[in-house]
Design a protein around this ligand. Structure first.
Ligand SMILES: Nc1ncnc2c1ncn2[C@@H]1O[C@H](COP(=O)(O)OP(=O)(O)OP(=O)(O)O)[C@@H](O)[C@H]1O
Length: 249
């Protein structure tokens, strides 16, 4: 899969993912009001907002897992649909549900995903990803023997062991300890440098400040504010800077 590290992250580029006037209703209730959003290669947009504000709904619609009630989602010129093999080959999703095989080890899960996606040297690649996700010691464990943080690491590893141009992540920081969260931020920065586009649902403004070019804050299914991360999260950034200088004293 093409990953272009040469293009600057901030330059105006053709969107890889384009949502136009997308809304989602359940019955009579519109839980996501019309939202438009675009994401270019090597760019990260973070979706923030309180519980129930519509972040996961927006991510599922963006991933083609859920059809919008109105509006369109287009991935690189293709109508977004998770069943389309062109989409499955290039879009990796870590959603809000855990799905795994109880009788396959951590390594076997990763091998399964890598082989299914036609990765060459799958075994070597799996070992690298296990190492990068700090799962090497748990490689032969079954899912039932994993801690919740290790399970989260496995779900993320499944997305990283396969080719991808677009990475859609729903609260990947959940259940991770502070070290693992820092590791996650480094990993996402490496993805962006590799040209992967990242749409990230998170409750951690620190993570958004570290990795996101832009943020969209949702409230009751509507965009409350959006824009450049440091501008929208200026208050959080000031608090973080103040805490940093207090700690340094
Ligand atoms: N399948 C569904 N049927 C009916 N209502 C739903 C369904 N899925 C989500 N909702 C409702 O849509 C609203 C938005 O939910 P969503 O999961 O997108 O919020 P969220 O911002 O991701 O929340 P959280 O931070 O708690 O994960 C909520 O009020 C939720 O109850």
């Amino acid at each position: 899969m093409a990953k272009n590290a040469a293009e600057p992250r901030t330059a105006a580029r053709r969107p890889l993912l384009q949502l136009t006037g997308v809304s989602r209703s359940y019955g009579e209730r519109e839980v996501l009001h019309p939202v438009s959003l675009s994401l270019a290669a090597g760019e990260c947009v973070a979706l923030l907002g309180h519980n129930g504000s519509g972040k996961s709904t927006l991510l599922r619609v963006a991933a083609g897992r859920d059809a919008p009630s109105k509006g369109t989602v287009v991935f690189d010129g293709i109508p977004m649909d998770e069943n389309d093999p062109r989409v499955r080959a290039r879009v990796a999703v870590v959603g809000d549900t855990v799905a795994c095989y109880p009788d396959l080890t951590v390594r076997e899960h990763l091998l399964l995903v890598a082989v299914a996606h036609g990765v060459a040297d799958a075994s070597d690649w799996v070992s690298q990803v296990l190492d990068g996700r700090m799962l090497t010691e748990r490689a032969d464990a079954l899912p039932s023997a994993l801690s919740s943080g290790q399970m989260q690491a496995l779900l993320l590893a499944c997305a990283l062991v396969r080719p991808r141009d677009l990475l859609l992540l729903d609260e990947p920081e959940q259940r991770l300890d502070p070290d693992a969260r820092r590791h996650l931020a480094d990993l996402l920065k490496a993805e962006l440098a590799d040209g992967v586009a990242v749409l990230l649902v998170t409750h951690h403004t620190d993570l958004a400040l570290d990795v996101a070019d832009r943020v969209v804050v949702l409230e009751d299914g509507k965009i409350l504010k959006q824009g450049a991360t440091r501008k929208v999260l200026a208050a959080d950034l000031a608090a973080r800077t103040a805490a940093g200088s207090a700690g340094a004293r």
